[in-house]
Design a protein around this ligand. Structure first.
Ligand SMILES: [Ca+2]
Length: 442
């Protein structure tokens, strides 16, 4: 259009050129030294005046105009670039300048050149891009946890390297929270001695909430039968049921155990009856024994010991004995497996023992009875009598019938009145030894 005066045309062209060059050229100018800083100021000065509508002198325009090919020269663009830049004076030079600037700046950036090249001092082709230094004073240049750690920094969850370890304790990165208070302050959940993102759904304190084996293992628990267990082994009393009532001063108790962890073996098992442990013979993963009960309430728990020496106890159960008063028990147990110890109770030469378990000493109430002849270890063997039959010589004694080649054993003996121990003793016995526990004359 004819009404475009030359200066107006030049202004229009300059606006476009300046914007293109300045927008994409700023990084180049920044890296090419003080000379280009002056040239940049020439361009910025004209640009600002154009934006504010101020008059631009011929001198200012020429200075900005001449700065533009300098940018291209610095970039050591091709001859085509320089030719394009030389066409600034023609109408609509935007496309040529844009292409020239892109090429020039692309080369500048990729080659990371300094000092600024010129036509006579072009960019060397073999200058590699430099890797920013990652060290204690340039942690922000570190791009991996490894390099960050090496530089003494702390790797943040948003993939940045920071100098201050305290900054690791925040809602984005709880790994640096080392106290419950700081963890809570950062919105974390403190358990297992560390700060966690999620609530206590599945951790060592609540393994029953772990829904799969992986989570269970991570909670230091044991996965078995689709359940997560905190203990490597579980032991329980399978009979009698807790709260049961029995008529006698004794009851047969059966326990069992379940292994949840690999590599565990059980070495012994038994029951704690009113605070006193008595061993039992293990068959498979069950074990059974006769417990002497006090008239009234009794507390019994099962106990299993592993080869490593770890002991596991079941929850205790309470058994109530409704046995009549004035009932006497004699009980023996021993600690060598697969051996046969026998309990004897004689009155005036009549022996209650494995060969005559229920002799008649007058009435039923004054006649004793042996519950069992244990021939393979641990006992107990119990003789019960409601009341003594009368005057005479009484003798309670023990014979080590057969050690089955297994050697000596420690024998524990006790006399109970209504389930309460009134006498107890222990003795080391060898094959065929006899031990008089209690002898008295009425
Ligand atoms: Ca026996």
């Amino acid at each position: 259009m004819s009404f475009f005066k030359p200066l107006k045309n030049q202004r229009g062209a300059l606006v476009l050129i300046v914007l293109v060059i300045f927008a994409v050229g700023a990084p180049v100018l920044y890296t090419t030294g003080r000379y280009m800083e002056h040239r940049r100021e020439d361009i910025v000065n004209v640009e600002n005046k154009i934006i504010s509508g101020e008059e631009i002198s011929e001198e200012e325009f020429e200075r900005a105009h001449s700065a533009i090919p300098d940018v291209a020269n610095l970039a050591q663009a091709s001859g085509a670039v320089l030719n394009s830049v030389s066409n600034i004076g023609v109408p609509d030079p935007g496309t040529a300048i844009s292409v020239a600037a892109d090429v020039a700046i692309g080369e500048m950036v990729s080659r990371n050149t300094s000092p600024p090249p010129t036509t006579s001092n072009p960019i060397p082709a073999d200058i590699p891009a430099q890797t920013p230094v990652c060290d204690g004073t340039h942690l922000s240049n570190c791009t991996s946890r490894t390099t960050c750690d090496s530089a003494g920094g702390y790797w943040h969850s948003n993939n940045t390297c920071r100098p201050d370890p305290e900054q690791r304790c925040n809602e984005d990165d709880l790994s640096g929270c080392v106290t419950q208070a700081s963890c809570s302050g950062a919105g974390g959940h403190w358990y297992d001695d560390q700060c966690n993102q999620s609530p206590e759904a599945c951790y060592s304190g609540s393994p029953e909430l772990c829904a799969n084996e992986n989570d269970c293992t991570n909670a230091n628990a044991y996965w078995y039968n689709s359940q997560c267990n905190s203990d490597a082994l579980a032991v329980s009393i399978t009979s009698p049921a807790g709260g049961s009532q029995v008529a006698e001063n004794q009851v047969t108790v059966t326990g069992s155990y379940q292994l949840y962890a690999q590599g565990i073996t059980v070495s012994s098992a038994g029951f704690v009856v009113n605070g006193v442990f008595q061993p039992a013979t293990i068959s498979g993963q069950t074990f059974s024994s006769i417990a002497v009960l006090a008239t009234g309430q009794n507390q019994i728990s099962a106990r299993v010991t592993t080869s490593a020496g770890d002991t596991y106890n079941s929850a205790p159960i309470t058994i109530t004995s409704n046995a009549v008063q004035n009932r006497y028990h004699v009980r023996i147990t021993w600690d060598k497996d697969d051996t046969d110890v026998d309990l004897h109770f004689t009155w005036n030469g009549s022996d209650c023992y494995y060969g005559n378990k229920t002799p008649t000493w007058g009435s039923a109430e004054t006649s004793p009875r042996l519950d069992v002849d244990d021939t393979n270890g641990f006992g107990p063997e119990n003789i019960t009598i409601e009341s003594l039959p009368g005057p005479g010589t009484y003798k309670i004694w023990v014979r080590y019938y057969s050690d089955h080649g297994k050697g000596g054993t420690n024998v524990n003996a006790a006399v109970y009145e209504n389930g309460v121990s009134i006498f107890s003793s222990s003795n080391y016995m060898e094959h065929h030894n006899e031990w008089t526990l209690w002898e008295f004359i009425l």
